[in-house]
Ligand binder design. Structure first.
Ligand code: NAD
Length: 480
């Protein structure tokens, strides 16, 4: 079999120890790999490279397109960029796949039947990092959800479920509040779910969904969600499974894929040969499936399960009063896995890996462009906290064409007209100008309105145009 080229980085902290252990197991199991080692992390940051990646790493990745990465230490402060965020966005790794399994009774956990795969959108949402301070009192962060971004990760979740013999895909969102952003994710989920009638699907509001995931994880199978919820909930599920040292993850894109443990570089236990290499090893198993070496992946996974079953445990999961029989270091654990290659677990479920889906091509669906019509503008003002009626009286004198002041809100709550005097107000006000019955307005009318307001001394800090798409409002209504 031809060797598959992959890029490998040993990382920082416990990275080198767990990578060495992982690669030893891969080699002993007969993985056909042509490994190109690159430097990332602390040493690279210290050389003044702000994203922590040696330029040669890019060259290597452009060639191999597959990255097995150990954790790195991200230096605090100093304008350094997160290497992981750089990798995800630069390589368009839109799906983060994190399987979490309980290995009860061999690893202590309150949830013996947990076998959940969290698939997290990886590039959008509140993680675009677009933040602004707008007034003395108020800062904002933009939450961006796109239709293609949602479509790709949701489609991947269904393809993953199908390829891995899973039964159900669940969507978690907060679209009772964020009707447009999380609403788009949810609608996309409902539309794509119809293309997979062989799989069950359901959706939960993320708060109750998270509570259920944390208390009855066995009722979930594959779970797909936007970036922030996925980030938080994948850590919750990993922690409840028994140890952060046990979970691996895959970051999947159309052209590249990156595999790593979910934990960090654990500097406090580095260099002591006590770290658990399992998270990175299970990430490497996912990598082997990705590059078409599913048989090797299956062999390694079975030998690893047998090692865990035999009670050969690193200190993070070792329990003297439990099923543990031998407390071992990182190297000895790897040796124990190698000794068991070819063996099967007797209690834990071995997995027969098949092909996992390559990132599904984004379907070129003929798309009818909606009629987009400008119908108003939200003008945001920095105005020292005062009486909403005073501001209302001042601002209502401004109008332009069909644009007339309709409502003023403060932190989203209506304060004019007919506000409640007790509503707490900051210095950040939104004045909504709209025509009656969504009458069309022109950009020139918006510009004129802003000119008049700024000439009158009002501090306009930003505006958001209000559009309808095929007559459907593309902006949230003001309740009350
Ligand atoms: P961490 O995951 O490194 O450690 C959290 C806890 O889990 C610690 O108690 C640690 O000892 C334990 N732990 C982690 N991995 C273990 C393993 N394999 N075996 C046994 N115990 C293990 O998180 P942290 O301490 O918050 O972060 C340390 C550094 O790692 C930081 O610089 C952070 O930025 C970085 N980090 C990197 C990545 C990555 O490269 N993907 C991810 C998360 C954190």
């Amino acid at each position: 079999m031809a060797k598959t080229p992959i890029t490998v980085a040993y990382g920082d902290g416990i990275g080198p120890e767990i990578m060495k252990a992982t690669l030893a197991i891969l080699e002993a199991a007969g993985a056909e790999l042509d490994i190109d080692v690159v430097e990332i992390g602390e040493q690279v940051y210290k050389r003044g490279i702000k994203n922590g990646l040696d330029p040669r790493a890019w060259e290597s990745l452009a060639r191999t397109r597959v990255f097995l990465k150990a954790p790195i230490t991200t230096p605090q402060g100093g304008g350094y960029k997160s290497l992981n965020v750089t990798m995800r966005t630069a390589l368009n790794l839109y799906a983060n796949v994190r399987p979490t399994v309980s290995y009860y009774p061999y690893v202590e956990t309150k949830y013996p039947n947990m076998d959940v795969v969290i698939i997290r959108e990886n590039e959008e949402d509140l993680y675009t990092g677009i933040e602004h301070r707008q007034t003395e009192q108020v800062v904002q962060c933009l939450k961006l959800i796109s239709q293609p971004g949602s479509e790709r990760v949701i489609r991947y979740a269904f393809e993953y479920a199908r390829a891995n013999g899973r039964k159900k895909v669940t969507c978690l969102v907060k679209d009772n509040i964020m009707k447009l952003t999380d609403g788009l994710f949810h609608q996309t989920f409902d539309r794509i779910a119809k293309e997979y009638p062989d799989l069950e699907n359901d959706s939960w509001i993320v708060d109750i969904g998270a509570a259920k995931l944390a208390t009855t994880p066995e009722s979930f199978d594959v779970v797909v969600m936007p970036n922030l919820y996925g980030d938080i909930l994948s850590d919750v599920t990993a922690e409840t499974s028994g140890s952060v040292g046990l979970a691996g993850s895959a970051n999947i894109g159309e052209h590249y894929a990156m595999f790593e443990a979910i934990h960090g570089s654990a500097p406090r236990i580095a260099g002591q040969n006590i770290a658990n290499p399992s998270g990175l090893l299970l990430a490497a198993v996912m990598m082997l499936v990705h590059i078409g070496q599913s048989d090797v992946a299956t062999r390694i996974h079975a030998a690893w399960l047998k090692t865990i079953e035999d009670g050969v445990h690193t200190p993070d999961i070792y329990r003297a009063q439990g099923p543990s029989t031998r407390k071992v270091g990182t190297t000895e654990f790897a040796e124990a896995v190698i000794e068991r290659l070819g063996e099967q677990p007797t209690v834990l479920n071995a997995v027969e890996y098949r092909e996992t889906p390559k990132a599904p091509a984004f379907p070129d669906v003929p798309h009818k462009k909606a009629l987009k019509q400008l119908v108003g503008v939200d003008v945001f003002l920095d105005w020292a906290p005062g009486k909403p009626d005073t501001l209302g009286e001042q601002v209502r004198q401004f109008s332009e064409g069909p644009l007339a002041l309709e409502v003023i809100t403060n932190r989203g709550i209506k304060v004019w007209p007919d506000g409640i005097p007790e509503t707490f107000c900051t210095d950040h006000w939104r004045c909504r100008f709209r025509g009656a019955n969504d009458a069309p307005v022109t950009p020139a009318q918006v510009v004129k309105l802003l000119e008049h307001m700024t000439e009158a001394g009002l501090d306009v800090i930003k505006t958001e145009n209000l559009y309808t798409f095929d007559g459907v409002p593309g902006y949230s209504a003001v309740p009350g």
